[in-house]
Write a protein that binds this ligand. Structure first.
Ligand code: NAP
Ligand code: HSE
Length: 438
């Protein structure tokens, strides 16, 4: 493709992200074309409902309700899949890749579930799949890992990967705002997924963790191979307890690789982070990722993790890379595209996933209860580090907050099962991990 040629772009999905891409690509087209060295033509867009009023003005002739007409169109070079979900999005993506096109996607659920199939289809047909917007919104974390840090192995990557959850946790902590009101506001601001449980139950973070784990370690980890816990059981009392203990609470993805054992662990859970940890102080819709490499040491990235403009920035960066690839020759090997023939690590068993824990129990306020709880923990060799007893909202009950010394997931899950079975424990325990990362 020569300098005078035009790259035709089709956008499938014109919701929060698609409209942001259309708006900013239109506004910044001249600068982008100068930087990339080709003409960028927003050729067509697909939506579900052609009659819907949209914030961006698009000529009716460019709009369709048939995404496949874009994926199959021989004149389109780059297809942006911004529909969401995993069914239609998968079909559209695979169709475009089978034609040797470049697909740009923000769809982490799709990549987590079908990444291996998508990458191998792209390879087989000479297309490419770009996905910068799928993790951490506007932060160029994919580029950082696959290009900037290519010299490294990664013993630990952790961070906040879901803007909606961080927005909710921040508002609950700072404003004492009710959970449901804050979630509604996150939806209005365009942060939340169409199915909000993907955000609050931790699945969206897990999808993103799977993408980062694949990039860093060359292995696809399914969500049922991870610990995935969301934020819906965290209460204002947990923020108060955490603060007394010197911590904040964040929903984190934690990806660790033990190179001696050759084991990988990917998990998502609300985590107590020491108040001095930079990531404990990242608030609102912002995400933050700490990447530790064996060569570089620890690096830190922060920025808006969701919303129209931040996500559009990442999609447009992929469009620019795709246009540049078209200009300089397809088929170029992209750094960080894992070679599946290389054997990779196994998953860490629960006994090798270790940390300290915070446990909140609602118990009967009567003699011997603390001793019974301590006895269950001792049976599994879990050593208690601190105990706080607070009044409970229920009469005749107390709230016990325990922290432990380092233990492991197998011992802790067995302990939880036995604690739940005690007659003096009145509710399912709330378990949070303590993140001693520095
Ligand atoms: P959204 O606002 O719900 O937009 C989805 C778009 O897809 C809408 O324009 C919808 O059309 C269109 N669509 C749905 N079904 C379709 C069909 N059958 N045929 C053609 N078009 C169809 O979603 P979004 O927030 O922009 O998210 C899009 C993707 O980006 C998702 O994978 C999401 O996970 C990801 N993402 C979102 C964010 C964010 O902050 N929102 C950030 C990073 C990544 P109508 O408009 O006609 O209904
Ligand atoms: N719902 C996602 C979030 C969008 O809140 O982080 C960005 O991927």
């Amino acid at each position: 493709m020569s300098d005078s040629m035009t790259v035709n772009i089709g956008i499938c999905g014109l919701g929060t992200v698609g409209q942001g891409v259309w708006k900013h690509l239109t506004a910044n087209r001249a600068d982008l074309e100068r930087r990339v060295g080709v003409k960028l033509n927003l050729a067509r867009a697909a939506v579900r409902d052609l009659r819907k009023t949209r914030a961006v003005k698009i000529p009716a002739a460019k709009l369709t309700d048939d995404s496949f007409s874009i994926a199959n169109d021989p004149s389109i070079h780059i297809v942006c899949e911004l529909i969401g979900g995993t069914k239609l999005a998968r079909e559209v993506t695979l169709t475009a890749l089978r034609h040797g096109k470049i697909v740009v996607s923000a769809n982490k659920a799709l990549i987590c579930e079908h990444g291996a199939e998508i990458i191998s289809t792209a390879r087989k047909h000479g297309g490419h799949f770009f996905f910068e917007a799928s993790v951490a919104g506007g932060i160029p974390i994919i580029k950082a890992i696959r290009e900037g840090l290519v010299a490294n192995h990664f013993p630990r990557i952790y961070g906040i990967l879901n803007g909606t959850c961080n927005y909710i946790l921040t508002q609950m902590e700072d404003q004492d705002a009710p959970y449901a009101d804050v979630l509604a506001e996150a939806k209005r601001l365009g942060y939340a997924e169409a199915d909000e449980s993907l955000d609050v139950d931790g699945w969206d973070t897990a999808h993103k963790a799977a993408v980062l784990a694949w990039l860093a370690h060359g292995r696809w980890v399914k969500t049922d191979q991870m610990i995935v816990e969301g934020i819906s059981r965290i209460t204002p009392a947990d923020f108060k307890n955490a603060s007394v203990l010197g911590y904040g609470i964040k929903l984190l993805a934690v990806i660790t690789r033990d190179f001696k054992r050759d084991e990988l662990s990917v998990r998502v859970h609300p985590t107590l982070l020491p108040e001095g940890n930079v990531i404990a102080n990242v608030s609102g819709v912002f995400n933050a990722v700490s990447v530790t490499g064996d060569v570089v040491g620890t690096t830190l990235y922060s920025g808006r993790g969701a919303g129209q403009d931040a996500t559009a920035s990442a999609v447009i960066s992929d469009i620019a890379d795709a246009a540049s690839l078209l200009k300089h020759g397809k088929g170029a090997h992209l750094l960080g595209e894992a070679d599946e023939s290389v054997p990779t690590c196994r998953l860490a068993p629960p006994e090798n996933i270790r940390c300290r824990y915070y446990l909140r129990l609602t118990v009967k306020d009567e003699p011997g209860v603390l001793a019974r709880v301590a006895s269950v923990m001792a049976r599994h060799r879990i050593s208690i580090a601190s105990v706080i007893q607070n009044p409970s909202e229920y009469s005749g009950a107390a709230s016990l907050v325990l922290t432990t010394h380092e233990s492991n997931e197998r011992a802790m899950q067995r302990t939880l099962r036995q604690l739940k079975a005690l007659g003096s424990v009145l509710e399912d325990p709330v378990l949070l991990r303590i993140g001693d990362f520095e």
